[in-house]
Design a protein around this ligand. Structure first.
Ligand code: NDP
Length: 334
């Protein structure tokens, strides 16, 4: 086996010595287990959170342990009658490694659909899509004619969230870094507006694009960009706090909006959510999303980086915005 272990906890951006690539024999499955050769590894901003010993929703990855990560792979050996070699599966905890030993009862089979790439099951038809769906449909609940704003709007979650809000009839404004990303949002994805936070003043642009204020917001970034949106929320506004990526490389508590009083005065509902609590919505989410894709109303991009060895460097793309769509690493051939 070939795997990345967490050697030391990063204190800022991930540094080359924080993870170590080690070789070990491939494990053999026991009763009720399957051996999986991982094909794709999902890289997520939260990977950086798991490396730190900070307050979080799962235990941090232990020092010396395989780096946690979601994978999609193929069964190569099965000691369970639920799976046969060749089945495409999502193990419960794939990890940054070539082979994963998984409990068959916790492993999900991917049937696959014609024309749908396997990477989609780690992105729009996977946790990314579910995250966007839950944040929009269950927390933001945009109504027709309302204004909906999304930060990291051209990212994997944000771009899907914006399109789902548009399908609900909302006016959608996305905030993203650089003209290529904002152009994609207003061009191909049909957002009503997009703001390049690297090139323009976000507050002034929001005033221009959201003259009637913002009714709901999908927050992926935090910091001053979040504040600019928050300051423009209308009475009864809803915020789905999905992510705060601008702070994941920092230590200590993550600061909130400057004006907490606005929560009271504007009767805001600000809800943090973590997708792992919402798997009961997966069936609805993936069936709606599949239909919207088939109808040509929802688009997505996957960004594939080759080679398990490149996983730590690839993770960095999420923090500079150099990823163009859902970031996955191809660990082995399909
Ligand atoms: P993305 O594809 O959106 O990639 C991350 C993007 O964040 C980058 O491309 C970059 O876009 C933007 N970004 C990074 N650093 C900054 C910064 N300092 N300021 C502004 N923008 C920044 O990744 P995901 O879609 O996987 O994740 C998006 C968010 O959703 C993250 O915060 C993540 O933690 C969260 N998430 C939460 C889940 C939950 O259960 N709550 C589940 C999945 C994801 P740009 O080029 O526009 O700067």
């Amino acid at each position: 086996n070939r795997k990345w272990i967490l050697k030391q906890r990063p204190t800022a951006s991930l540094a080359p010595d924080d993870l170590q690539l080690v070789e070990a024999p491939a494990p053999a499955p026991g009763g009720g287990e399957v051996l999986i050769r991982n094909i794709y590894l999902s890289l997520d901003p939260t990977n950086r959170i798991w490396m730190s010993d900070r307050e979080q929703y799962l235990p941090p990855v232990g020092l010396g342990d395989v780096m946690r990560g979601t994978t999609l792979g193929v069964v190569v050996e099965s000691r369970s009658d639920r799976f046969a070699p060749g089945d495409i599966v999502l193990p419960p905890d794939g990890g940054w490694q070539l082979y994963t030993l998984a409990d068959a009862s916790q492993t999900r089979r991917i049937k696959g659909e014609p024309g749908v790439p396997l990477t989609a099951y780690l992105s729009v038809l996977g946790v990314t899509g579910l995250t966007a769906y839950v944040g929009v449909m269950d927390i933001c609940r945009p109504k027709a004619g309302e204004t909906f704003a999304v930060t990291a709007g051209a990212g994997a979650v944000g771009s899907v969230a914006g399109q789902i809000a548009a399908i609900q009839g909302a006016r959608v404004v996305g905030i993203a870094g650089g003209p290529a990303k904002t152009g994609w949002l207003t061009g191909e994805l049909g957002f009503d507006g997009a703001i390049d936070y690297k090139g323009e003043d976000v507050g002034a642009a929001l005033d221009r694009l959201c003259p009637d204020g913002i009714d709901s917001a999908f927050e992926n970034v935090g910091g001053p960009i979040m504040d600019a949106v928050y300051e423009r929320l209308n009475t009864g506004g809803r915020v789905a706090v999905c992510g705060l990526i601008s702070n994941y490389n920092d230590e200590g508590p993550i600061p909130g909006p400057t004006d907490f009083g606005r929560m009271l005065m504007k009767r805001l509902t600000v809800s943090g959510f973590i997708v792992i609590d919402h798997f009961h919505r997966a069936r609805d989410a993936w069936s709606d999303i599949s239909r919207w894709i088939a109808e040509g109303r929802l688009k997505w991009k996957d960004h594939v980086v080759d080679g398990l060895d490149n996983a730590p460097d690839a993770l960095g793309l999420l923090f500079t915005g150099a990823n163009d769509g859902k970031l996955v690493v191809r660990i082995s051939e399909e």
